[in-house]
Design a protein around this ligand. Structure first.
Ligand SMILES: Nc1ncnc2c1ncn2[C@@H]1O[C@H](COP(=O)(O)OP(=O)(O)O)[C@@H](O)[C@H]1O
Ligand SMILES: Cc1cn([C@H]2C[C@H](O)[C@@H](COP(=O)(O)O)O2)c(=O)[nH]c1=O
Length: 218
């Protein structure tokens, strides 16, 4: 029986790396797959990991029809044993439903990867449907950490270095490189407590500096 698996974690928890490794392991055993992604930082039609690996991928926009794509590939004589679906949080409900149908009716394994919640701690549309439909939800094994050392469970967005809780749900960006590719926008992963308190690394540092006692003799 083919399955629909959802691998999830915060930003920077290794999802794209795992997507590339999953593809590698299956391809190495002669299986044939298709790789999909949506709005990867590396640009249209790329799936990239912060470890430096990247590969060509089929770009998914809201009009993309997974069912039609897979059925026409098979009808044209192509072979598809598995599907890799990265940045799945950006997929629509209908697209995730099509992935489930591909697993059930065509017996093609689907490996989906994505973050669960946005910078306001709300579920993304694609992730919500994956939680509802996946055979298994697998949290990433390597823990991303908050600046305090606890497991990071939430994604924070910064605008010019300051954490924000209002704005468009989708804004492509990075945790390592604020301002890329969207000017002024960055992300940081935090534990829930520090997300609630809007306590980013920069703010924690500022507060600590403010509370430092004056040195003796000054
Ligand atoms: N220089 C490095 N050395 C070792 N591991 C790294 C390095 N840079 C990034 N990583 C690992 O890569 C992970 C991010 O991988 P990536 O697949 O891009 O994450 P995601 O897709 O979840 O955003 C980090 O959590 C870290 O474990
Ligand atoms: C929290 C959050 C993230 N995004 C964007 C930022 C990145 O481009 C991707 C996540 O990619 P990653 O490989 O998991 O780092 O999602 C967004 O658009 N809105 C958000 O709220």
């Amino acid at each position: 029986m083919a399955s629909l698996l959802f691998f999830t974690g915060t930003m920077d928890s290794g999802k794209s790396t795992l997507a590339l490794q999953t593809n590698h392991n299956h391809a190495a055993r002669g299986r044939v797959g298709r790789i999909f992604t949506s709005q990867d930082r590396a640009g249209d039609g790329r799936l990239s990991s912060r470890l430096g690996l990247s590969t060509e991928a089929i770009e998914v926009d809201p009009t993309f029809d997974f069912w039609e794509y897979v059925v026409s590939s098979l009808t044209a004589g192509g072979r598809i044993d598995y599907v890799i679906a990265d940045e799945a949080q950006f997929y629509t409900t209908a697209q995730v439903e099509a992935l489930a149908r591909i697993a059930d009716e065509l017996q093609i394994d689907v490996f989906a990867f994505g973050i669960l919640t946005d910078f306001r701690t709300r579920l993304f549309e694609g992730s919500a449907r994956l939680v509802e439909l996946a055979d298994r939800i697998q949290p990433l094994q390597v823990e991303a950490l908050c600046w305090c050392g606890k497991r990071a469970t939430h994604n924070a967005r910064t605008e010019n270095g300051v954490m924000v809780t209002e704005g468009d749900q989708i804004v492509v960006g990075d945790v390592d490189e604020p301002g890329f590719p969207t000017p002024n926008i960055g992300y940081e992963v935090l534990c829930r407590q520090h997300h609630r308190r809007r306590m980013t690394t920069a703010r924690a540092r500022a507060v600590t500096t403010l509370n430092d006692p004056l040195p003796f003799g000054s």
